[in-house]
Design a protein around this ligand. Structure first.
Ligand code: ADP
Ligand code: MG
Length: 461
């Protein structure tokens, strides 16, 4: 028996045809049902948007007809395929090619495939420019001489600028050249989760062995995630010391410099500064065009030069968005049977959602603004207290975090002291509903939204 979501999708198949069904509907899978609320996973942001714009209404209609008209649906981007082996959060975007069906992952040539590194995040696909030159050459040096020159290597920069790409590239390169090295690659979030479950299930010895002893290279993505999480920071501190003293390579990425990570212990930030700290900035026009060219080649998309420049001029601050824009243009062109011209690009990209750039809003920025607006402490927003004077601002903060940062519900839950994603979903629904009837609340939310949007973001070099 298919679940109610799949059933509704299948109900549309006769009308839409099998091609469309396979391409756009089938990849949307049901994650969870909470009462009348369905949580659905999309493999990429592009797919999510496309689906919402084209098919969601029809699916909702089916669902409401068959079940209850109270039914609501939220779609989240979940890049990893559900049954994927390691629960790794490599936040790579699934390439959406014109008519491609999802293909099975290519089996790695090596006996022991590299640890969930995204196949295409390699040095030879990383375009260098003045914005990322230092970071890229330091990463390259680390891959040539791990544990020698830059240890730790700390790379920081805004969203979608290639930090994860470089981290994976180091992993690939080391794996290819020095297969005997034991390389651990993971997000800081996963590090925390593994640590917590190791403690809970009495497997701490194994955890300790894995990261302190049986590890020659430690690659950790988005280290800012553990700031404020005392026990995890403490454990990371010990891992760091053990590896560092043994001359093992450590490479870390973050969205800001160590000193700017509120809640990060001093002894940790100072260690993160011991080696080389290199930033990645938004790429200049030439680099953006080069990245587009490469992406177009990779996807088999034909883009005239003037059009590449037009796209590069429209999307400036985030490489992931830039690549997404190209794919979107190509898909539209293909579906409509039109050539990719400048005018066409302007038409398609004219309504690019103004999303994440280096100046993107962070969950922390939202919390800070909400806390100061309502005169409550950030710790209370993250804490468990249910008093209305606190729970109301907390819900507003969750709501704005969801709206303004594009973070997922579980991510937001984590940043509010490890709350369940359903708490976040409920908060968002409550605030959305309340602001329709409560003018005062709506005014507060609007004021906060403006304040957050205009706030200077964390310091960037
Ligand atoms: P971050 O980790 O900094 O948020 P990612 O490493 O995930 O960003 O990069 C986002 C996307 O942009 C990825 O698809 C990545 O391959 C691509 N990208 C970023 N910088 C470059 C670059 N210099 N050359 C090629 N691709 C890049
Ligand atoms: Mg990243």
């Amino acid at each position: 028996m298919p679940d109610i979501w799949t059933e509704a999708l299948q109900g549309l198949q006769p009308r839409l045809g099998p091609e469309t069904y396979d391409l756009w509907l089938r990849p949307m899978t049901l994650e969870r049902v909470e009462g009348d609320h369905l949580l659905v996973a999309a493999p990429s942001r592009f797919m999510k948007e496309w689906f919402e714009n084209h098919y969601l209404d029809a699916v909702l209609e089916q669902l409401r007809e068959r079940h209850t008209d109270q039914l609501t649906v939220a779609i989240e981007v979940r890049p990893e395929p559900v049954p994927a082996p390691p629960p790794l959060r490599a936040d790579f975007q699934e390439p959406v090619t014109n008519r491609a069906r999802p293909t099975a992952p290519v089996p790695a040539a090596h006996a022991k495939p590299p640890l969930g590194l995204a196949d295409r995040y390699r040095f030879d696909t990383f375009i260098k420019g003045s914005s990322n030159e230092l970071a890229a050459s330091a990463a390259w040096a680390v891959a040539q001489e791990p544990g020698r020159r830059f240890n730790p290597l700390f790379i920081y920069g805004g969203v979608g600028l290639g930090k994860t790409h470089l981290l994976h590239a180091v992993g690939h390169e080391l794996f290819a050249q020095r297969p005997e090295l034991r390389i651990a690659y993971l997000s800081a979030e996963r590090f925390m989760n593994e640590f917590i479950s190791a403690v809970r299930f009495n497997q701490f010895d194994e955890f300790r062995r894995r990261y302190r002893e049986d590890c020659d290279v430690l690659l950790i993505d988005d280290i800012q995630f553990i700031s404020g999480r005392d026990r995890t920071m403490d454990e990371f501190f010990h891992v760091f010391n053990a590896l560092y003293e043994a001359g093992k390579q450590i490479m870390v990425t973050a969205d800001r410099v160590p000193a700017d990570m509120a809640g990060m212990e001093e002894r940790l930030t100072s260690r993160l500064n011991w080696g080389l700290v290199a930033d990645i900035k938004a790429p200049d026009l030439e680099t953006r065009v080069a990245i587009l060219r490469q992406k177009a080649d990779l996807e088999g998309i034909e883009v005239p030069d003037d059009v590449a420049v037009t796209i590069a001029n429209m999307v400036r601050s985030n490489v992931r968005e830039l690549e997404g824009a190209l794919v979107r243009v190509a898909t539209f062109a293909d579906l409509k049977g039109l050539a990719i011209t400048q005018a066409f690009v302007r038409e398609v990209l004219g309504n690019i959602p103004r999303a994440a750039g280096p100046s993107a809003v962070t969950v922390e920025a939202v919390q800070k603004a909400v806390a100061s607006y309502f005169s409550v402490r950030i710790a209370d927003l993250k804490g468990p207290r249910r008093h209305k004077g606190i729970s109301r601002p907390r819900m507003i903060a969750m709501f704005l975090a969801r709206e303004m940062t594009g973070s997922s519900f579980p991510e937001i839950g984590q940043r509010f002291g490890g709350k369940d994603h359903s708490t976040v979903i409920n908060a968002c629904r409550r605030i959305a509903a309340l602001s329709a009837e409560d003018d005062e609340l709506k005014a507060s939310v609007d004021a906060l939204r403006r304040k957050i949007a205009m706030a200077p973001t964390s310091r960037r070099a």
